[in-house]
Design a binder for this molecule. Structure first.
Ligand SMILES: Nc1ncnc2c1ncn2[C@@H]1O[C@H](COP(=O)(O)OP(=O)(O)O)[C@@H](O)[C@H]1O
Ligand SMILES: [Mg+2]
Length: 245
């Protein structure tokens, strides 16, 4: 896969005179894994809100393939194949890991398979493939309430994968995780990208380094620096406003 799937150009968001995004331009390629870092209030979450249709930009272009996302509502954008993981997991504790994935398959974006007995061989194979991808095969028949914090996050990512998004947005996935869970999450996101594009916002620089991806540094709603983790960590502009603090 190649070529851009997501294209932002000159995007500004103004809240009561405050510029949360200031002429931000950004391109994400098909199959790309991209890390977005930046100080608190840099506009990272606002950028995701603009992509998912939660917030309308005051100015600028936001395109996903040929679709103008500034004209579409959140549900329509989700249906185009943009999935978003929020910080707070929304898994069902009383259901098993398998059942949570099964439910995600039946959610609006999935094929119509309303009745339990319709769970086809193909659906079952997709759930099993996802269990394998998120590393929870051994926990498939445990209730989600028994999972660790990290495992719940992976299940949530798995639930998003059941909708087969072409672009996955992940906001601060490793907050509260152990070092081992953080490493596992980096490996998981690397695995997931390639077949789809993944944009991950994160503060943890060790984690971003483990992703091995291109990094975009946001500051005051605009792009400050872009390149490898080594490039941005050595960029005097970045050291000045962010890393040097
Ligand atoms: N709905 C809103 N109304 C007013 N200000 C907002 C709103 N959403 C975000 N902001 C402000 O925009 C700035 C960027 O916020 P945000 O995108 O959440 O930053 P980040 O995720 O990088 O920490 C912050 O100063 C925040 O207070
Ligand atoms: Mg944020």
């Amino acid at each position: 896969m190649s070529g851009p799937v997501l294209y932002l150009d000159g995007v500004s968001v103004v809240f009561d005179g405050f510029r949360a995004l200031n002429a931000l331009s950004l391109t994400i390629d098909a199959g790309e894994l991209r890390a977005i870092i930046g100080p608190n209030g840099a506009g990272k979450t606002t950028m995701m809100d603009v992509i998912t249709g939660k917030t309308r930009p005051t100015a600028g272009t936001v395109r996903f393939h040929e679709h103008d996302l500034t004209k579409l509502d959140e549900a329509t954008i989700a249906n185009l194949g943009i999935g978003r993981k929020f910080q707070k997991p929304t898994v069902f504790d009383a259901l098993t890991v398998f059942e949570n994935l099964e439910l995600a398959l039946k959610a609006p974006r999935g094929p119509i398979a309303c009745l339990r007995w319709v769970l086809s061989g193909e659906s079952r194979r997709r759930i099993e493939a996802t269990l394998d991808e998120i590393g929870l095969t051994a926990r498939a028949h445990d209730r989600a309430g028994l999972l660790s914090h990290g495992q719940r996050q992976w299940l949530e990512i798995g639930m998003l994968l059941m909708q087969d998004p072409e672009l996955l947005l992940v906001d601060e996935p490793v907050a509260g995780m152990t070092d081992q869970e953080t490493e596992h999450t980096a490996a998981l996101l690397v695995r997931i990208a390639g077949r789809r594009s993944v944009v991950v916002v994160e503060h943890d620089l060790e984690f971003v380094r483990a992703l091995g991806s291109k990094v975009t540094v946001l500051c005051e709603g605009a792009m400050l620096s872009e390149g490898s983790i080594d490039h941005v960590q050595n960029d005097p502009k970045v050291i000045d406003v962010y890393l040097g603090r």
